[in-house]
Ligand binder design. Sequence first.
Ligand code: ADP
Length: 720
Amino acid sequence: MDDPQLGADGLKAILDEGLDELAATAHAGAAPRVAIGLVTAWIFSLLLPWPFCAGWACVVTALEASAWFATRPQFLGRAAGWSRRLWHVSGLAASCLAWVALGAFAWAGGSPDGPVCAAVIWLSLVLFSQTNAYQSPIGFAVSGALPAAAILGVVVLAPRPPGVHLVPVLAIMALAFAFAGEGVVRMVKARRRLNETQARMRQSEARYRVLADNATDVITLADVNGKRIYMSPSIEAALGYPIDELYRMPMYTYIHPDDREALAAQSQALMETGGSMRAEYRVVRADGSSMWVETNFTLVGAESGVDPPQIVSVARVAQQRKELEAQLIEAREAAEAAAAAKSDFLANMTHELRTPLNAIIGFAGLLRASPRLAGQDARHAGLIADAGATLLDLVNDVLDFSRLEAGAVELDPTPFDPAAEGRAMVDLLSGQADAKGVALRLQTEGLGLLTGDAKRLRQVLLNFLSNAIKFTARGAVTLRLAQTPAADGARAQLRAEVVDSGVGIAADQLAYVFERFTQADVSVSRRYGGTGLGLAICKRTIELMGGRIGVASREGEGSTFWFEVELPIAAALAPAPEASAAELDRPVRLLLVEDVAVNRELVKTVLAPFDIRIDTAEDGVGAIEAFRAGAYDLVLMDVQMPVMDGLTATRRIRALPIPAALTTPIVAMTANVLPEQIARCAEAGMDGHIGKPMNPAELLTTIAHWAGTERDPEALARSA
Ligand code: ADP
C-alpha cells in the first residue's frame, strides 16, 4: 500500500516545484497571448463559422483573464497558497484544451486547409510545453502531456478529413512528440541542475553568513575604494553606531585621527603588494570614547575568484591587551628605575663605607706594626685591624652578592689548571688548618687544563674550605677535584667536593644554607662569626656558569659541599704576566690628589719611610694647578671629590699643552671599585687603579712600577 502521507508530500512537492515561477511568467505574457488568441480566431474564421470563432476567442480571453488574476501574487513575488495554484493549473489545462479543440474543429471542418492549420496549432502547442516543462513539471503535465493525449484522441477518433492519410499524420505527430519529449527531458535536467546549484549556493552563503553574523570579531568586506560591501552585525556593539549609518560613513571616519595616516599608508602598501597585513589602531566609538583594535587585512583578488579585488578585514578589540601592555611597560620602567636606584645606592654605599674604612684599616695596620705599642694597646690595635678587615669582607660580600643578583657580573674565562688551583688553595689555608689541628688534604682525579673564570671558582672553593675549617674542631678537611670528559669531547665536567668531619648541619637547616644571610642557627654567628652571604654568592656564581651546587651533611659527623661545572677543555695556559720586580730605589715625586685629610695623612704615613716627595691637592682644580707647576713621576688621583672630580681633572691634564701631560702616569686611588667605574677611569686617561681601602703593599708596588717608567702614550693608544 502506498503511504498516503508520502503521496500528499509528493503532490505538494510537484505543486511547489517551479510552479510560482511558471505563474509569474504566465502573468507577464497574458496580454500577448490574448492578442495571439484574437488573431488566431480571426484567421480560423476563414475556415470555420465565425460565431464559433468568436465564442472560442471569448473563452480563451476569459481563461487568460482568470489566469491573470490567479497568478498576480506570484508575479509580485509573494507566496501563493494551494487553492491559487490549483486555480492557475486548471486554468492552464483548460486553455491548452481550448487550443486543442480549435485544431480539432479545423481538422474535422471538412475544408482542405483545416488539417494543415490544425497541425500548425497542435505542433505549436506541443513546442510550447517545453518552456512550461522547464519552469515546472506540472506545467509540462498540463500544457504538454494533457494536450498531446487530446490531440491523439482527435486524430484517431474524430472523422478523418477527406484525402488525409492517417499514417503520415500519426508518424509526423509521433516525431514531433519525440522531438518535444527529448527537449522536455533536457529542459527538466537543466532545470534540476540549476536548482541544485542554487540550493548549494544558498546553503553555503547561509553558512558563511551565519558565521560572519555571529562572529564576535568584526568582519567586513570592502572594495579597494573603501566602499563597504558587508559588515558583520558585531560592529554595532563594538562601535555603538547603527549598522546602516556605518555603511553610509566615508572611509576612516571612525578611525582615531592620530592613527589615520599610518593606517592609510599601510593599506596603500597592502594594495601594492597584496597578501595580508596586521594593524593596530584606535577607533572612536559613537560615545566619543576611543579603544584599541587589532585588525587583519587581506586583499582577495582573482586567485580567490574575486574580480575586481576586495579587502577582507577581521578586527578584534585589543583594548585590554593594550592596557595590560602599557601597565607592563610602566611596571618594567618602574622596576628598572628601582634597579638603577638600587645599584646607585649600592655604589654610593660601598664608596661611603670604603672611605672611612680606608683610614680605619690603614691606621690600625700601622699601629699593629708599630714597635712603640706594647701589651694591651698592641692587642687593641690588632682587634681594630681585625674588625676593620671583617667589615671590609662584609662590604665586599654585600656588593658582590647584589651584583650577582642583579645579573651585573660577567664571567672572565681564561685557561687555567685546576690541579694548580687546588694546590694553591691548600697551601693558602694550611696555616689556618694547622693552627686548629685539622688535617687539610687534596685529592685529584683526571685533571687537565680547562677554560673558565678561575678567579670566581677560587672564590667558591675558598668559601667552602674556610667554612669547613671554621666548622671542624678535629679530624680532616679534604678537597677533592675530579674531571670527566663531556659527551662532545671538547668540554669536561669539573666536580669539586670539600669534605669535613666537623659539626655538620641539621637536616631541617640543609635546604636553607645557600640562601642569603642564612646561618644554620643563631649561635653560629656568635661562635664562628661570618655573615651568611658566602654560600649564597657561591650558589649564584656556579649557576651563572651553568653548573650545579649542593651539600650533604649529618649533624655531628660532618658535611660535604660540592659543585659541578661543565667547561671547555683548554689546550695551553696563557703566558703569565711578568712579575714586576720593581723596587723603590730612587727618589720619587708624587702628586697625591685626595679630598679627605685623614686619607692624605694615611698615605703620607705609609710612604714616610721611603724617599718619596709628596705634594697634595684637595680637588681636581688644585690637581691641575699643581700639575702645571711641578714635575711628577706619578699622580695618585681620587675620583669622587668636591669642586672637580678626578675623571674631569685627568681629562683636563691629558689635554694640557705640555709634554708631561701625556707622559706622566696617573693612577686612580678610589673607593669606586665596580668594574664599570674602573673602566671609566681608563677611559678618562688613567693608567691604573688602586681600590680603597688601600693595601700598603699594593700602593708601594704601584708606585715602584710607575716611578721612572714614563708612560708611552702611543703604545697605550695602540693597546686601547
Ligand atoms: P658564613 O659567612 O656565615 O659562613 P656562609 O653562607 O658561608 O656564611 O654559610 C652559611 C651557614 O651555613 C653558616 O653560617 C653555617 O651555619 C653553615 N655552614 C656552611 N658551611 C658549613 C660546614 N662546612 N659545616 C657546618 N655548617 C656549615
